[in-house]
Design a protein around this ligand. Structure first.
Ligand SMILES: *[C@@H]1O[C@H](CO)[C@@H](O)[C@H](O)[C@H]1NC(C)=O
Ligand SMILES: *[C@@H]1O[C@H](CO)[C@@H](O)[C@H](O)[C@H]1NC(C)=O
Ligand SMILES: *[C@@H]1O[C@H](CO)[C@@H](O)[C@H](O)[C@H]1NC(C)=O
Ligand SMILES: *[C@@H]1O[C@H](CO)[C@@H](O)[C@H](O)[C@H]1NC(C)=O
Ligand SMILES: *[C@@H]1O[C@H](CO)[C@@H](O)[C@H](O)[C@H]1NC(C)=O
Length: 491
């Protein structure tokens, strides 16, 4: 009994002791809502660290030394913000962020002598005057504080120069200035084109795990293989980079890469992509029309594939062969007719794949769909939940090839028919086109001229059958020939 009381007293005294220790915020940065424009919002982060958010300032406030600032944010300045020499010197700041301010007086010393700087952000800001030695904004990163920097974000930073954009950011120089950099995010600033003869060390950018470049206007990037630790590569609106250098085929050299996002790069295909590590690919808003068979066989770990806003016409039934763990496929297409580009066999071969299509997209009417309908009814086989027997499908010119009476079905061209009624219109032979998936390939065209490729595409359906027949005949003959030879040798 006494023990319990003693224990309670102990707890009470402990909690009292805690609440009576003054927080740094109440002690050093008391917030007075009457004088907001002068002050900074303060937040206690841990027993001995605080974060400050200073809004509407016309000068950089005086920060007390000997405090651990987890974060200092300066936003929406009311006037040009003078950041001259050693503005933040001797402060312990982990994250320094400047947003929506006009900055003046920046030079190499502006951010010098900050201790423990890990993250630096400038967003939505204009640099109105610079006094660095070469007149390039990038010179500010020569300061000692940036030797420990892990994360840099520069978004919508405008700076005025004598010749517009004559002093661009140079990535190689930046990696040398920031040797510990892990994470780099640049948006709407001008990057220098890479000059292929210039790279000076092989350790450039070796710690970088995350690179995001959005509209940085350059036409070439330093060879991506230098960034050997890269895990995420996000390039938006940089179509020239993909045209001028073998970026996609170089990706196989990055042994830690897991995520690529190449949105809005006018890509037509990603045929050269190989990676044993990538598990997420986003190719939204490109110009991809077809996904051929075995497209991702060299990306075996792929789990999530996003192809939204591409003019997709067809996705081959063997498109995803060789990937075991594909779990999500997003293909909203924004097409006029809303015909699913998916080969209907994929509904059978990938019953658990989470496919995201526009709600009004419909399948093409064909014999595969009839077969899937029968499968569902007779064998209660698991079909992708995108398929519902009471849905309608769209009659296309491929449907007409399989019609009992092509005159009759012609009337429905580009119109919907209920899937359960399809039997009345189509003459589906017993052989199931969805069997033997991922077991054989179409014969690759031997001539690579454009015209022969086109020919193959338009006659697709007819040719496919004959080529696969001829390969099997060919292999049959070569097999017997081999047996004969073997017999002769044996004799
Ligand atoms: C820049 O401003 C836009 C709105 O104008 C805002 O959505 C965005 O978060 C801002 N970015 C930064 C880095 O401050
Ligand atoms: C490239 O080399 C030239 C001449 O050696 C040099 O002036 C320039 O600064 C170098 N560029 C980079 C980004 O290192
Ligand atoms: C697929 O997932 C399983 C279970 O998570 C895992 O054991 C297997 O290695 C994965 N396959 C590939 C190719 O990543
Ligand atoms: C099907 O119709 C489209 C236009 O709607 C046409 O481009 C295509 O060549 C036709 N295909 C066949 C096999 O007739
Ligand atoms: C269906 O097709 C087969 C050949 O594939 C043909 O022999 C048969 O007459 C066709 N049936 C109808 C009703 O058109």
């Amino acid at each position: 009994m006494y023990y319990i009381i003693y224990f309670l007293i102990l707890i009470i005294s402990l909690t009292n002791a805690q609440s009576s220790t003054h927080s740094f915020c109440t002690q050093y940065y008391p917030y007075d809502s009457q004088q907001q424009h002068q002050q900074c919002e303060c937040e206690d982060i841990s027993p001995n660290a605080i974060s400050l958010k200073c809004t509407g300032h016309s000068y950089v406030p005086h920060f007390l030394p000997n405090i651990h600032y987890k974060r200092i944010e300066i936003e929406s300045c009311s006037q040009d913000l003078q950041i001259g020499d050693k503005t933040f010197a001797d402060l312990n700041i982990n994250t320094l962020s400047l947003r929506s301010c006009n900055l003046i007086g920046l030079n190499e010393e502006s951010f010098s002598k900050i201790n423990h700087l890990e993250k630096f952000v400038i967003g939505n800001s204009t640099i109105n005057s610079l006094s660095t030695s070469t007149g390039n904004f990038q010179d500010i990163f020569f300061s000692d504080s940036f030797k420990t920097l892990k994360s840099l974000t520069l978004k919508n930073v405008h700076y005025h120069q004598i010749h517009k954009h004559d002093k661009k950011f140079n990535l190689e120089t930046l990696f040398n200035q920031l040797p510990q950099l892990n994470r780099l995010e640049l948006m709407n600033i001008y990057l220098d084109n890479y000059r292929y003869h210039n790279i000076t060390t092989t350790t450039v950018g070796q710690h970088l795990t995350y690179l995001k470049l959005i509209s940085t206007h350059q036409t070439s990037l330093l060879p991506i293989e230098y960034l050997s630790s890269l895990e995420s590569l996000i390039l938006y609106r940089l179509p020239e980079v993909f045209r001028t250098q073998p970026l996609i085929s170089s990706i196989k050299k990055l042994k830690k890469l897991k995520y690529i996002d190449f949105t809005q790069n006018q890509l037509v295909n990603i045929d050269d992509l190989q990676s044993q590590t990538i598990d997420q690919i986003d190719l939204s808003s490109n110009l991809i029309e077809t996904i051929d068979e075995y497209t991702f066989e060299h990306v075996p770990k792929l789990r999530i594939l996003t192809l939204t806003k591409n003019p997709l016409q067809s996705i081959d039934k063997n498109a995803f062969c060789g990937i075991e763990n594909l779990t999500r496929l997003w293909i909203n297409t924004e097409k006029q007719l809303h015909i699913s580009p998916l080969d209907n066999c994929i509904l059978l071969s990938h019953p658990t794949l989470d496919i995201k299509l526009d709600a009004y997209t419909k399948f093409q009417c064909n014999c595969q769909l009839v077969n899937i309908f029968h499968f569902k009814r007779r064998y209660a086989k698991e079909i992708n939940r995108l398929f519902k027997p009471e849905q309608a499908c769209i009659v296309t010119n491929n449907t007409i090839i399989e019609a009992k009476n092509s005159q009759q079905i012609m009337k429905f061209l580009n119109h919907p028919i209920n899937i359960f009624e399809l039997d009345n219109f189509l003459n589906c032979s017993l052989d199931n086109q969805c069997s033997r998936l991922c077991q054989e390939r179409k014969l690759k065209p031997t001539t690579t001229t454009l015209s022969s490729n086109k020919l193959q595409k338009t006659n697709g359906n007819v040719q496919k059958k004959t080529t696969s027949l001829s390969t099997s005949l060919y292999s049959f003959f070569s097999y017997t020939l081999f047996l004969l030879l073997f017999a002769i040798l044996y004799l």
